[in-house]
Design a binder for this molecule. Sequence first.
Ligand code: DAH
Length: 358
Amino acid sequence: MSDDLQALRAETAELLAAAADLRAWDAVRVATLGRSGRLTGLLKGLGAVPAEQRKERGAALNRLKGELEAAIEARRLALEEAALDARLAAERLDVTLPPRPAAPAGEGGIHPISRTFEELVALFGAQGFSVAEGPDIESDWLNFSALNIPDHHPARQDHDTFYLPAGPDGRRPVLRTHTSPVQARTMLSQEPPIRVIVPGRTWRADHDATHSPMFHQVEGLVIDRHIHLGHLKGCLIDFLRAFFGIADLPVRFRASYFPFTEPSMEVDIGWNRKTGALGAGGDWLEILGSGMVHPKVLANCGLDPREWQGFAFGMGIERITMLKHGMPDLRPFYESDLRWLRHWASDPLSPPSLAEGV
Ligand code: DAH
């Protein structure tokens, strides 16, 4: 490489190293590769080079051009990374710090929905479940078809689905109408045995004192060999008695229908219709849906139903929270009324624990 090219390479490297920010970097880039940049000038001068040296000079210039472009790009990446690091350091926030210890009592508490999430995690965690999650926007296949709710199935209408504009495949994604699509996601992405709960947001076009267009559900899924109805019953009875804190809470399993389970059961707990008290009050209150995972759902998710069985369940978080605390109306959950929040919030410093009871 001739001396002038070596000099250009060395000087550009020096300038790049000295460029401390993207603005300085851009000045180096323009001065080198820009329309009146140094390298561009040398390329333009190629015509004046004697013919017998032109080929060699041209090749050398092209090599240098490649090198300079790579060096300039590398510097840009390094500067961007440094800028990001600086910003992350400047905006550092320790989210694990407890709330201000000196804050007056009642300031900063756990929302009852979040509290129920925590309780679900504690109670099902003790039964060996882990937590799975999925997105709010789902394909129509995962929200419905994979769960044995085909295109013209009446259950599709029951869900009052919010549809989004169609994607490239011509199908319209949905705001998930239940947490059940995460059953399919989990079976498709994990090897059994599986034992997960899925707490999360769900959406249906429905609004009154007991329905909100955005609400929360928790899904449960167990897949293993030799799973039977006895496992489902034991799991849910234990959970319901612990969650409501009533050791002899009556629990009834009533035959029902869901497309994704066979057999399907709705689960009722005992209460007193007149007083609203939960327990052995002579009346029954429906609380959740459950069943043995339908062989078609297993097959849709790549599992051989002759080898794997399982059970699933789903329930409304607002509903179990309202019942547990005797809340009459669901709307205040989302209204951010400080008086309501102060009344129902729980202490962030005492998370639910099995030892103390939830
Ligand atoms: N996905 C149902 C709903 O939103 C609830 C449900 C019922 C979930 C039965 C289940 C189940 O996993 O087995 O109404």
